[in-house]
Design a protein around this ligand. Structure first.
Ligand code: 2BA
Length: 110
């Protein structure tokens, strides 16, 4: 068995949960925050049998879109000597999904 940990954008999370559940996968949805943008995202965890891993990953890939987001970075003014930083917008491409696949040593429901 494998544990899929998928970090996705909030906009895709509802459809992804539905798509996985429609195919009989168990899913848990967690509200999370990305370290770089400091913005909300969603982490889904799903335990899947080895033979269905590719199917589940295919659903994640099909459902999650990449999007551009604008965030504020800070540029030093006067070389930063005076400790003055001016925020300026930068564009980053987020997603579709950041996915980790972990080996499950035990799966218990007690
Ligand atoms: P965030 O950390 O908020 O990152 C959002 C997006 O900002 C990233 O999209 C990437 O395009 C950009 N980004 C991140 N760090 C950057 C940096 N140091 N410089 C420039 N741009 C940077 P994704 O790569 O699609 O990541 C989406 C979310 O997935 C991340 O949100 C984070 O919550 C999670 N994530 C990504 N890589 C991870 C990792 N190695 N471990 C744990 N979580 C990760």
């Amino acid at each position: 068995m494998k544990l899929i940990v998928a970090i996705v954008q909030d906009e895709d999370a509802g459809r992804l949960v539905s798509a996985l559940m429609d195919k009989g996968f168990g899913v848990t949805k967690l509200a999370t925050t990305g370290g770089f943008l400091r913005a909300g995202n969603t982490t889904l965890i799903s335990g899947v049998e080895d033979e269905r891993l590719d199917e589940a990953l295919g659903i994640v890939e099909k459902t999650c879109k990449s999007r551009e987001q604008i965030t504020a970075s800070a540029a030093p003014m006067n070389g930063g000597a005076g400790g003055v930083y001016v925020p300026y917008p930068i564009r980053v491409t987020v997603g579709g999904a950041t996915v980790f696949v972990l080996e499950v040593s035990q799966f218990l429901k007690v």
